[in-house]
Write a protein that binds this ligand. Structure first.
Ligand code: AMP
Length: 302
Protein backbone atom coordinates (compact mmCIF):
# COMPACT_ATOMS: atom_id res chain seq x y z
CA UNK A 1 0.00 0.00 0.00
CA UNK A 2 1.17 3.54 -0.60
CA UNK A 3 2.71 5.85 1.96
CA UNK A 4 2.22 9.61 2.01
CA UNK A 5 5.18 11.55 3.47
CA UNK A 6 5.00 15.27 4.25
CA UNK A 7 7.78 17.48 5.62
CA UNK A 8 10.98 19.34 4.83
CA UNK A 9 13.04 18.90 1.69
CA UNK A 10 16.26 20.78 2.28
CA UNK A 11 19.84 21.51 1.50
CA UNK A 12 22.05 20.68 4.48
CA UNK A 13 25.55 21.78 5.41
CA UNK A 14 27.02 19.22 7.80
CA UNK A 15 30.27 19.02 9.69
CA UNK A 16 31.32 15.93 11.65
CA UNK A 17 34.77 14.77 12.83
CA UNK A 18 34.91 12.74 9.59
CA UNK A 19 34.38 15.53 7.12
CA UNK A 20 32.24 18.33 5.89
CA UNK A 21 29.66 18.87 3.14
CA UNK A 22 28.44 22.31 2.13
CA UNK A 23 25.15 21.73 0.42
CA UNK A 24 23.78 18.26 0.21
CA UNK A 25 20.23 17.04 -0.31
CA UNK A 26 18.51 16.55 3.05
CA UNK A 27 15.33 17.32 4.95
CA UNK A 28 13.18 15.14 7.17
CA UNK A 29 10.75 14.18 4.39
CA UNK A 30 13.62 13.37 2.01
CA UNK A 31 15.30 10.95 4.43
CA UNK A 32 11.97 9.32 5.34
CA UNK A 33 10.83 9.02 1.74
CA UNK A 34 14.11 7.55 0.50
CA UNK A 35 14.20 5.05 3.40
CA UNK A 36 10.54 4.06 2.86
CA UNK A 37 10.98 3.75 -0.91
CA UNK A 38 12.88 0.49 -0.36
CA UNK A 39 9.63 -1.08 0.90
CA UNK A 40 6.67 0.62 -0.77
CA UNK A 41 5.39 3.31 -3.17
CA UNK A 42 5.91 6.77 -1.63
CA UNK A 43 3.97 9.98 -2.38
CA UNK A 44 6.02 12.99 -1.27
CA UNK A 45 4.57 16.38 -0.26
CA UNK A 46 6.95 19.29 0.28
CA UNK A 47 8.28 22.48 -1.21
CA UNK A 48 11.55 23.37 -2.92
CA UNK A 49 12.90 26.67 -4.27
CA UNK A 50 14.10 27.55 -7.74
CA UNK A 51 17.64 26.57 -6.69
CA UNK A 52 16.62 22.88 -6.44
CA UNK A 53 18.85 20.87 -8.77
CA UNK A 54 17.51 18.45 -11.35
CA UNK A 55 20.11 15.93 -10.11
CA UNK A 56 18.53 16.05 -6.62
CA UNK A 57 15.05 15.54 -8.03
CA UNK A 58 16.52 12.55 -9.87
CA UNK A 59 17.66 11.10 -6.52
CA UNK A 60 13.97 10.96 -5.57
CA UNK A 61 12.56 9.80 -8.91
CA UNK A 62 15.26 7.14 -9.32
CA UNK A 63 13.85 5.62 -6.10
CA UNK A 64 10.39 5.74 -7.78
CA UNK A 65 9.19 8.35 -5.27
CA UNK A 66 6.12 10.19 -6.58
CA UNK A 67 7.03 13.90 -6.62
CA UNK A 68 3.70 15.23 -7.96
CA UNK A 69 3.21 16.83 -4.52
CA UNK A 70 6.66 18.45 -4.44
CA UNK A 71 5.83 22.08 -5.11
CA UNK A 72 8.38 24.47 -6.63
CA UNK A 73 8.13 28.03 -5.28
CA UNK A 74 10.01 31.23 -6.08
CA UNK A 75 12.92 31.63 -3.66
CA UNK A 76 15.47 29.34 -2.07
CA UNK A 77 15.15 25.84 -0.64
CA UNK A 78 14.98 25.33 3.12
CA UNK A 79 18.59 25.33 4.38
CA UNK A 80 19.83 23.69 7.57
CA UNK A 81 23.34 23.53 8.91
CA UNK A 82 24.70 21.58 11.86
CA UNK A 83 27.95 20.38 13.40
CA UNK A 84 28.66 17.40 15.65
CA UNK A 85 30.92 16.92 18.68
CA UNK A 86 34.00 14.66 18.50
CA UNK A 87 32.01 11.67 19.86
CA UNK A 88 28.99 12.50 17.62
CA UNK A 89 26.59 12.62 20.59
CA UNK A 90 26.01 16.39 20.56
CA UNK A 91 24.70 18.37 17.63
CA UNK A 92 24.78 22.14 17.31
CA UNK A 93 22.41 23.75 14.83
CA UNK A 94 24.31 26.56 13.09
CA UNK A 95 21.59 27.79 10.74
CA UNK A 96 17.93 27.17 9.95
CA UNK A 97 16.90 29.29 6.95
CA UNK A 98 13.26 28.51 6.27
CA UNK A 99 13.20 30.30 2.87
CA UNK A 100 10.31 28.84 0.77
CA UNK A 101 9.41 26.54 3.69
CA UNK A 102 8.14 29.58 5.64
CA UNK A 103 5.10 29.89 3.35
CA UNK A 104 4.61 26.15 2.83
CA UNK A 105 0.96 25.08 2.70
CA UNK A 106 0.81 21.37 1.80
CA UNK A 107 -1.46 20.60 -1.16
CA UNK A 108 -2.28 16.98 -1.82
CA UNK A 109 -2.61 16.04 -5.50
CA UNK A 110 -5.88 14.20 -6.19
CA UNK A 111 -4.26 10.75 -6.37
CA UNK A 112 -2.56 11.23 -2.94
CA UNK A 113 -5.86 11.64 -1.09
CA UNK A 114 -6.54 7.94 -0.57
CA UNK A 115 -3.11 7.07 0.87
CA UNK A 116 -3.76 4.52 3.63
CA UNK A 117 -0.44 5.17 5.44
CA UNK A 118 0.67 8.69 6.33
CA UNK A 119 3.89 9.96 7.87
CA UNK A 120 3.76 13.55 9.09
CA UNK A 121 7.40 14.56 9.56
CA UNK A 122 8.29 17.41 11.87
CA UNK A 123 6.44 20.55 10.70
CA UNK A 124 3.88 22.95 12.18
CA UNK A 125 1.10 20.79 13.72
CA UNK A 126 -1.52 22.96 12.02
CA UNK A 127 -0.07 22.00 8.63
CA UNK A 128 0.09 18.35 9.70
CA UNK A 129 -3.64 18.50 10.48
CA UNK A 130 -4.32 20.28 7.21
CA UNK A 131 -2.82 17.28 5.38
CA UNK A 132 -5.16 14.90 7.22
CA UNK A 133 -8.15 17.12 6.39
CA UNK A 134 -7.34 16.83 2.68
CA UNK A 135 -7.56 13.02 2.83
CA UNK A 136 -10.67 11.61 1.17
CA UNK A 137 -11.03 8.91 3.79
CA UNK A 138 -9.48 8.20 7.15
CA UNK A 139 -6.00 6.68 6.68
CA UNK A 140 -5.33 3.25 8.25
CA UNK A 141 -2.30 4.55 10.13
CA UNK A 142 -1.00 8.06 10.79
CA UNK A 143 2.44 8.53 12.37
CA UNK A 144 3.53 11.94 13.58
CA UNK A 145 6.93 13.37 14.47
CA UNK A 146 7.33 16.71 16.24
CA UNK A 147 9.95 18.66 18.22
CA UNK A 148 10.37 20.79 21.34
CA UNK A 149 9.71 23.99 19.33
CA UNK A 150 6.09 22.93 18.58
CA UNK A 151 5.57 21.36 22.04
CA UNK A 152 6.46 24.72 23.61
CA UNK A 153 5.03 27.21 21.09
CA UNK A 154 1.84 25.57 19.80
CA UNK A 155 0.70 23.08 22.47
CA UNK A 156 -3.05 23.43 21.72
CA UNK A 157 -2.57 22.89 17.96
CA UNK A 158 -0.32 19.90 18.62
CA UNK A 159 -2.89 18.35 20.94
CA UNK A 160 -5.61 18.77 18.34
CA UNK A 161 -3.47 17.05 15.69
CA UNK A 162 -2.54 14.26 18.10
CA UNK A 163 -6.24 13.38 18.39
CA UNK A 164 -6.02 12.15 14.77
CA UNK A 165 -2.69 10.33 15.14
CA UNK A 166 -2.15 6.59 15.63
CA UNK A 167 1.61 6.53 16.32
CA UNK A 168 3.63 9.31 17.94
CA UNK A 169 7.35 9.03 17.13
CA UNK A 170 9.60 11.38 19.12
CA UNK A 171 12.81 11.31 21.19
CA UNK A 172 13.03 10.82 24.95
CA UNK A 173 13.37 14.49 25.93
CA UNK A 174 10.36 15.40 23.78
CA UNK A 175 8.40 12.55 25.39
CA UNK A 176 9.17 13.91 28.85
CA UNK A 177 8.39 17.47 27.84
CA UNK A 178 5.06 16.61 26.21
CA UNK A 179 3.84 14.43 29.07
CA UNK A 180 5.47 16.23 32.04
CA UNK A 181 6.50 12.73 33.20
CA UNK A 182 10.10 11.63 33.77
CA UNK A 183 9.40 7.90 33.54
CA UNK A 184 8.88 6.89 29.91
CA UNK A 185 6.23 4.23 30.60
CA UNK A 186 4.19 6.69 32.62
CA UNK A 187 4.76 9.22 29.86
CA UNK A 188 3.29 6.73 27.38
CA UNK A 189 0.11 6.34 29.50
CA UNK A 190 -0.25 10.10 29.48
CA UNK A 191 0.28 10.36 25.72
CA UNK A 192 -2.28 7.61 25.00
CA UNK A 193 -4.93 9.86 26.58
CA UNK A 194 -4.12 12.48 23.89
CA UNK A 195 -4.97 10.16 20.98
CA UNK A 196 -2.07 7.94 19.82
CA UNK A 197 -2.35 4.19 20.55
CA UNK A 198 1.38 3.65 20.08
CA UNK A 199 4.40 5.64 21.20
CA UNK A 200 7.80 5.12 19.58
CA UNK A 201 10.65 6.78 21.45
CA UNK A 202 13.84 7.27 19.42
CA UNK A 203 16.93 7.19 21.63
CA UNK A 204 19.78 7.64 19.16
CA UNK A 205 22.75 5.40 19.93
CA UNK A 206 20.65 3.77 22.70
CA UNK A 207 18.11 2.38 20.24
CA UNK A 208 14.36 2.79 20.38
CA UNK A 209 11.43 1.81 22.58
CA UNK A 210 7.86 1.23 21.50
CA UNK A 211 4.93 1.24 23.90
CA UNK A 212 1.74 -0.19 22.46
CA UNK A 213 -1.16 -0.54 24.87
CA UNK A 214 0.29 -2.24 27.95
CA UNK A 215 3.25 -3.75 26.08
CA UNK A 216 6.74 -2.33 25.67
CA UNK A 217 9.23 -3.47 23.02
CA UNK A 218 12.85 -2.30 22.94
CA UNK A 219 15.53 -2.49 20.27
CA UNK A 220 19.18 -1.46 20.57
CA UNK A 221 20.87 0.58 17.86
CA UNK A 222 22.58 -1.60 15.25
CA UNK A 223 26.28 -1.79 16.26
CA UNK A 224 28.42 -0.12 13.59
CA UNK A 225 32.16 0.37 13.33
CA UNK A 226 31.88 3.35 11.01
CA UNK A 227 29.48 6.18 11.78
CA UNK A 228 30.24 9.24 9.67
CA UNK A 229 27.15 11.46 9.89
CA UNK A 230 24.16 11.01 12.26
CA UNK A 231 21.98 13.50 10.31
CA UNK A 232 18.67 12.02 9.28
CA UNK A 233 18.94 8.90 11.46
CA UNK A 234 15.56 9.54 13.13
CA UNK A 235 13.82 10.34 9.86
CA UNK A 236 15.32 7.26 8.19
CA UNK A 237 14.11 5.22 11.16
CA UNK A 238 10.62 6.64 10.59
CA UNK A 239 10.84 5.87 6.85
CA UNK A 240 11.91 2.28 7.48
CA UNK A 241 9.19 1.84 10.13
CA UNK A 242 6.37 3.28 8.02
CA UNK A 243 7.64 1.89 4.72
CA UNK A 244 7.70 -1.62 6.17
CA UNK A 245 4.14 -1.34 7.56
CA UNK A 246 2.78 0.17 4.32
CA UNK A 247 4.55 -2.53 2.29
CA UNK A 248 2.85 -5.24 4.41
CA UNK A 249 -0.46 -3.37 4.48
CA UNK A 250 -0.86 -4.47 8.10
CA UNK A 251 0.01 -3.06 11.52
CA UNK A 252 -0.60 -5.84 14.06
CA UNK A 253 1.59 -5.82 17.21
CA UNK A 254 3.95 -8.31 15.48
CA UNK A 255 4.19 -6.11 12.38
CA UNK A 256 4.91 -3.10 14.61
CA UNK A 257 7.81 -4.99 16.23
CA UNK A 258 9.30 -5.86 12.85
CA UNK A 259 8.80 -2.25 11.76
CA UNK A 260 10.98 -1.23 14.74
CA UNK A 261 13.71 -3.51 13.38
CA UNK A 262 13.45 -2.17 9.81
CA UNK A 263 13.45 1.38 11.22
CA UNK A 264 16.64 0.59 13.13
CA UNK A 265 18.23 -0.97 10.06
CA UNK A 266 17.45 2.05 7.84
CA UNK A 267 18.74 4.45 10.52
CA UNK A 268 21.97 2.46 10.63
CA UNK A 269 22.50 2.70 6.87
CA UNK A 270 21.78 6.44 6.94
CA UNK A 271 24.60 7.21 9.40
CA UNK A 272 27.32 5.22 7.64
CA UNK A 273 27.95 7.96 5.05
CA UNK A 274 27.27 11.68 4.68
CA UNK A 275 23.77 12.83 3.75
CA UNK A 276 21.83 10.32 1.66
CA UNK A 277 24.89 8.68 0.13
CA UNK A 278 24.42 5.24 1.68
CA UNK A 279 20.63 5.27 2.01
CA UNK A 280 19.98 5.92 -1.66
CA UNK A 281 22.31 3.14 -2.83
CA UNK A 282 21.56 0.37 -0.35
CA UNK A 283 19.78 -2.64 -1.85
CA UNK A 284 16.81 -4.56 -0.47
CA UNK A 285 19.10 -7.58 -0.20
CA UNK A 286 21.49 -5.67 2.09
CA UNK A 287 18.54 -4.37 4.13
CA UNK A 288 17.12 -7.85 4.68
CA UNK A 289 20.57 -9.29 5.45
CA UNK A 290 21.12 -6.61 8.11
CA UNK A 291 17.64 -7.24 9.58
CA UNK A 292 18.46 -10.98 9.85
CA UNK A 293 21.81 -10.19 11.45
CA UNK A 294 20.05 -7.83 13.89
CA UNK A 295 17.63 -10.61 14.79
CA UNK A 296 20.57 -12.97 15.54
CA UNK A 297 22.46 -10.47 17.74
CA UNK A 298 19.38 -9.66 19.81
CA UNK A 299 18.29 -13.27 20.59
CA UNK A 300 19.06 -15.03 23.82
CA UNK A 301 17.88 -18.07 25.74
CA UNK A 302 17.28 -18.39 29.46
P1 AMP B 1 17.36 14.35 12.15
O1 AMP B 1 18.86 14.19 12.15
O2 AMP B 1 16.62 13.05 12.03
O3 AMP B 1 16.88 15.24 13.23
O4 AMP B 1 16.99 15.12 10.78
C1 AMP B 1 17.77 16.16 10.25
C2 AMP B 1 17.08 16.68 9.01
O5 AMP B 1 15.96 17.48 9.39
C3 AMP B 1 18.01 17.57 8.17
O6 AMP B 1 18.11 17.02 6.87
C4 AMP B 1 17.33 18.94 8.16
O7 AMP B 1 17.29 19.50 6.86
C5 AMP B 1 15.93 18.72 8.70
N1 AMP B 1 15.52 19.75 9.65
C6 AMP B 1 16.31 20.40 10.55
N2 AMP B 1 15.59 21.30 11.26
C7 AMP B 1 14.32 21.22 10.80
C8 AMP B 1 13.09 21.91 11.13
N3 AMP B 1 13.04 22.87 12.05
N4 AMP B 1 11.96 21.55 10.47
C9 AMP B 1 12.00 20.58 9.54
N5 AMP B 1 13.12 19.92 9.17
C10 AMP B 1 14.27 20.22 9.78
Amino acid sequence: MSLLVVGSVAYDAIETPFGKVDRTLGGAATYSAVAASHFTRVHLVGVVGDDFHAADKAVLTSRKIDVAGLERAAGKCFFWSGSYSADLTQRTTLATDLNVFAEFRPKLPEHYRDSPYVFLANIDPTLQRDVLQQARRKPKLVTLDTMNYWIERTPAELRETLRHTSVLMINDSETRQLSSEINLLRAARHIFKLGPRTLVIKRGEHGAMMVHGRHAFCVPAFPLECVHDPTGAGDSFAGGFMGYLAGCGRATPEHLKRAMVYGTVMGSFAVERFGLDRLKRVTRREIDARARHFSRITQFTL
